[in-house]
Write a protein that binds this ligand. Structure first.
Ligand SMILES: *Cc1c(COP(=O)(O)O)cnc(C)c1O
Length: 462
């Protein structure tokens, strides 16, 4: 054994204790450190030939790289839609690496059983029936892509061909209709050989990001698809967290026979809050559903879940027939259900946080984030110089400058805030804007007050 490995192996308990102590220190200050440090990035160094050993590697990471890492695990990193990691999720993630199991085959199946138990809990959490078959994937982009891949196979089934066997070309032109689809849908269509241009943008309701259902019906009649297409419903758009009327879409499906995929990456968490659950009413009717877990469930990256009513089609697409993996069988192994073969025991972090805090703990996180977003929305409305661009429907505040809202001026504004809060830019209906997305388990009303105060100072000096 290489001497560095042998030494690290010998002193593993002490080394892990040093790492544990350091992580405790990092997490103790994550709420107070600069949200996005201004320090310059280190220059890349050459690969070490001898190796330095774990202790020296840790010291170097602390010295060279930690000063430039953002506090994205903390309570005022409100860019994108960013979750943190609950204490139990962090423990689950550590244990995932410690056990280093590959949860894909029933030849060594305990990991898969644990994942199926976790999927069952997630179904309960989101109010889904056991008709929805779930699998873990690495994020919502992958969940959308897997959902669209199953949809592609369904289109083939309608036409008596199998794109999985004969290629996407066997399908002929495919149309994917959506109101305000997330950018990952186009990416998925590109990966799947359906092409980004398959996406047809359907008008949304006036001043909203929710699809106009009668415009969708008109488009369904007009597009040339031999009556076959995919509809991507949005259950929580990223800019204004608007929701398509899922029941109305499911009713349209009865008449037009499309595949209904719902991108509920973070909007699905509305189901946890009795006051907001109506927003995702009808979610269970979908043919496939995307839900991210590394956002609002607050498990570490990479984690999302993909649900579908047609695991048979999912297996047609993703089966990885190999003698060493064992037969497909009644309950296919996960190796036959997603793009990945080998992968980590991805469910464990979700298992831990759901076991530790339950439905009620995660409801509390969801509702606290919603309250914070409301409070910040109110503060922005009453701040001269700022303008709210949409009502706060859930956990995102979308706002801009009251006067001359250019991307440059907005960037100058956020540039002044990076110690205190991280916000990301967007464009809503042609207007450059900012978003503050609340999805971290540690964010409280005090953080919201700090963000509002920082914005009020920055706007005065802009
Ligand atoms: C974040 C998000 C995605 C993409 O998720 P990743 O986890 O970044 O791959 C897709 N759809 C919606 C609505 C999202 O919010």
């Amino acid at each position: 054994m290489h001497p560095r490995l042998a030494t690290d192996r010998h002193s593993l308990p002490q080394l892990l204790e040093a790492v544990r102590q350091h992580v405790a220190d990092v997490l103790a200050e994550v709420c107070e450190r600069e949200v996005v440090p201004a320090a310059p990035l280190p220059e890349p160094e050459l690969l070490s030939v001898q190796g330095a050993g774990l202790r020296a590697a840790l010291e170097e990471f602390i010295a060279r790289w930690e000063p430039v890492l953002s506090a994205s695990a903390g309570p005022r990193y409100l860019g994108f839609v960013t979750g943190g990691a609950t204490p139990a999720a962090l423990a689950g993630d550590w244990l995932t690496s410690a056990w280093d199991n590959n949860a894909v085959s029933s030849l060594d199946g305990a990991g898969q059983h644990l994942e199926r138990e976790t999927i069952g809990w997630l179904r309960t959490l989101f109010g889904l029936s056991d008709q929805q078959y779930g699998t873990f994937v690495s994020g919502a982009t992958m969940s959308n892509t897997v959902g669209l891949a199953i949809a592609r196979e369904w289109l083939g089934e309608q036409r008596g061909v199998s794109p999985a066997e004969h290629g996407a070309g066997a399908l002929g032109p495919v149309r994917v209709l959506s109101g305000a689809a997330h950018s990952s849908v186009s990416k998925g269509l590109s990966i799947l050989g359906l092409g980004r241009q398959a996406l047809v943008s359907v008008p949304t309701q006036p001043g909203r990001e929710a699809v106009d259902v009668s415009a969708l019906e008109r488009t369904l009649r007009e597009v040339d698809t031999d009556g076959l297409c995919i509809v991507v419903a949005n259950a929580g758009t990223v800019n204004t967290v608007d929701f398509d009327d899922l029941r109305a879409l499911a009713a349209l499906r009865e008449r037009y026979g499309f595949w209904l995929h719902v991108d509920a990456a973070f909007g699905a968490f509305a189901a946890l809050s009795p006051d907001h659950a109506h927003l995702v009413d009808g979610l269970d009717l979908a043919d496939s559903i995307c839900i991210d877990l590394h956002k609002w469930l607050n498990v570490p990256y990479d984690s999302a879940v993909q649900f579908t009513r047609r695991p048979d089609l999912q297996t047609s697409v993703f089966q990885n027939a190999a003698a060493y993996l064992g037969p497909l069988g009644e309950t296919p192994d996960f190796a036959h259900l997603t793009p990945q073969n080998s992968r980590r025991l991805r469910a464990l972090a979700a298992w831990f946080t759901l076991r530790a805090y339950g439905q009620d703990g995660h409801r509390e996180i969801t509702e606290r984030c919603i309250d914070c977003a409301r409070t910040l929305g109110d503060a922005i409305e009453s701040t001269p110089g700022l303008r709210l661009l949409a009502p706060v429907r859930l956990n995102v505040v979308c706002f801009t400058l009251a006067d001359n809202p250019t991307a440059e001026r907005l960037s100058a504004l956020t540039g002044q805030l990076t110690d205190e809060v991280f916000l990301t830019p967007t464009v809503l209906d042609g207007t450059p804007a900012l978003r503050a997305a609340f999805s971290n388990w540690q964010t409280t009303a005090i953080d919201t007050q700090r963000v509002a105060a920082a914005l009020q100072v920055a706007i005065r000096t802009l």
